[in-house]
Ligand binder design. Structure first.
Ligand code: ADP
Length: 496
């Protein structure tokens, strides 16, 4: 039977999706299952690794059935996954030794602080080797916590059977017939244990965190044949697991950002903005982090990334807390009704400011309010704060690489807001292209896997993505004026 379909798993923070793509890149069917968010009284956040694997198997079965595809027609499987979340398991029993520690969990805060207290030079060294500031959000600190606090993890390390992995490697291990223990550069670089210049585990970083290097997965190219699976007996002949990528990099791939200077922005609760930086390692001087994009078709590529805490969440705040709107979709009508000459700015520094400003102490402010500023003008300022923040990250990318950015490829809930998209195009001086496909991480992983398995020889998936484009049309003088006002507002938010 002809192998015409590619199966993609998107193992994300809230749940696990399975998506089937056809050989021409068309999305045929998708299913999803949520898993429990295990939140302890002390704020620790965990996922159950076995529950996630049960969901992986269930969604694979469901999606194949829903698509009406004969399992024998499925060529291969790709995996996209929540990054930084990590889990410990025993290679003798194949079972987890503890719940997965979720990226949002800051339990490794004290571990990172102790490292700096012991050796003040360590923070700079970690940043230099890993491309990212020392932080409990990356996997390294969480792995150190597991080794220090879970006796079973400590014992397995002593016995030489410990596996410490990101979610790609856990799903691969549990799903593959051969129990393959591997990862790839996009995930490995978000652990904070990888030397991003050489794309190998760093003994210096492992020693600094106290993480045993021999418990880490082999780093292989993102389009390797990592293993084979029958998905619990669904496939008579095991199919290859032939592509893996962390979710943001998978979305970058799904958006077809393969050329240096191409940028994608995901608008959700918060935002991830990522630039394809090409084959040379670029170090940010403007508040961004450097990671590996992938190793694909024999080429390694780097990305620059900026994450913003409050973008779509500003709209949720205007609805739930400030009660300025009843529904997120109301924001657009308010902004269109507002006086366009009003110069109110809102800086949503609810928990400080992230990329590219990095100020933990910044507080949110509303500034530039006049006697004629009303409800609609305040909603407009809230909406525009999303575009200004994303624009600042794009400008930092321009400054770090010297590359021109002409287009921003975007996805996520708030991209339905035409006012916001046009304003983004105007203040950032780019064309904003909204993707018609919502499942970009799954599409990226499917493309890598399908390419490795010989299903896709061109840009099959990317060609299926239709885009609505908003062209930047603001006069440069006006843009300058608006940006100067925004920057002054950010400076005010940072005065503390
Ligand atoms: P996530 O994947 O983070 O849950 P979504 O892509 O579903 O995010 O986007 C949800 C966020 O987008 C919410 O914070 C919501 O307030 C905001 N949002 C949804 N629709 C709109 C809209 N039309 N205009 C502005 N913001 C919106």
């Amino acid at each position: 039977m002809e192998k015409r379909y590619v199966l993609s798993i998107d193992q994300s923070t809230q749940g696990t999706k399975a998506v089937i793509f056809a050989a021409d890149g068309r999305l045929v069917a998708k299913t999803a299952r949520p898993h429990r968010q295990i939140i302890h009284d002390n704020g620790f956040v965990e996922h159950d690794g076995e529950e996630i694997m049960a969901n992986v198997l269930a969604v694979i079965r469901e999606v194949v059935e829903l698509a009406g595809v004969d399992p024998a027609e499925v060529a291969c499987l790709g995996i996209s996954n929540q990054r930084e979340t990590c889990i410990a398991w025993d290679r003798a029993t194949h079972l987890p030794l503890y719940n997965a520690i979720v990226w949002q969990c800051s339990r490794a805060k004290d571990i990172c602080a102790d490292m700096v207290e012991r050796d003040p030079a360590v923070a700079d060294r970690v940043c230099e080797l890993s491309g990212m500031n020392l932080s409990p959000y990356f996997s390294a600190g969480k792995m150190a916590w597991l080794v220090q606090n879970v006796p079973a993890v400590h014992d397995a390390a002593k016995a030489g059977t410990l596996a410490l992995g990101t979610m790609d490697s856990w799903v691969l291990y549990a799903l593959s017939e051969e129990h393959a223990f591997a990862t790839e550069p996009s995930n490995a670089s978000r652990t904070q244990l990888l030397d991003i210049a050489t794309c190998t585990w760093s003994t210096e970083l492992c020693d600094a965190f106290g993480v045993p290097l021999d418990a880490l997965a082999e780093v292989r190219p993102s389009d390797s044949i990592f293993g084979h699976t029958t998905a619990g007996g669904l496939f008579e002949e095991p199919i290859p697991i032939s592509g893996m990528l962390g979710d943001s990099q998978a979305a970058l791939m799904g958006q077809g950002c393969l050329e240096p200077g191409q940028v994608k922005a995901t608008y959700g609760t918060g935002s991830s903005i990522m630039m394809q930086a090409g084959s040379d390692l670029v170090r940010s001087k403007n508040g961004l982090v450097t990671s590996l994009g992938w190793e694909f078709c024999g080429h390694r590529s780097y990305v620059l990334e900026g994450n913003i805490n409050y973008t779509g969440a500003v709209v949720s705040w205007m609805k739930d807390d400030a009660r300025l709107i009843f529904d997120p979709t109301d924001a657009e009508a308010c902004a269109r009704r507002a006086n366009p000459a009003d110069r109110t700015y809102f800086v949503p520094a609810f928990t400080g400011l992230g990329a590219p400003y990095w100020d933990d102490g910044a507080t949110a402010i509303l500034t530039g309010v006049t006697r004629t500023t009303g409800h609609d003008e305040i909603v407009k300022a809230g909406l525009e704060s999303i575009a200004y923040q994303i624009g600042d990250v794009v400008d930092a990318m321009r400054a770090d690489t010297g590359l021109e950015v002409h287009e921003l490829r975007v996805d996520g809930g708030p991209t339905a807001n035409g006012y916001l998209m046009q304003f983004q195009a105007d203040v950032t001086d780019v064309d904003v292209s909204v993707s018609s496909v919502a499942e970009l991480s799954a599409a990226g992983a499917a493309f890598v896997a399908g390419h490795a398995a010989g299903v896709y020889d061109a840009n099959a998936i990317f060609e299926q993505i239709e885009r609505t484009t908003y062209a930047g049309q603001m006069n440069p003088h006006h843009r300058k004026l608006l940006l100067a006002g925004w920057r002054a507002a950010v400076r005010q938010a940072m005065c503390h």
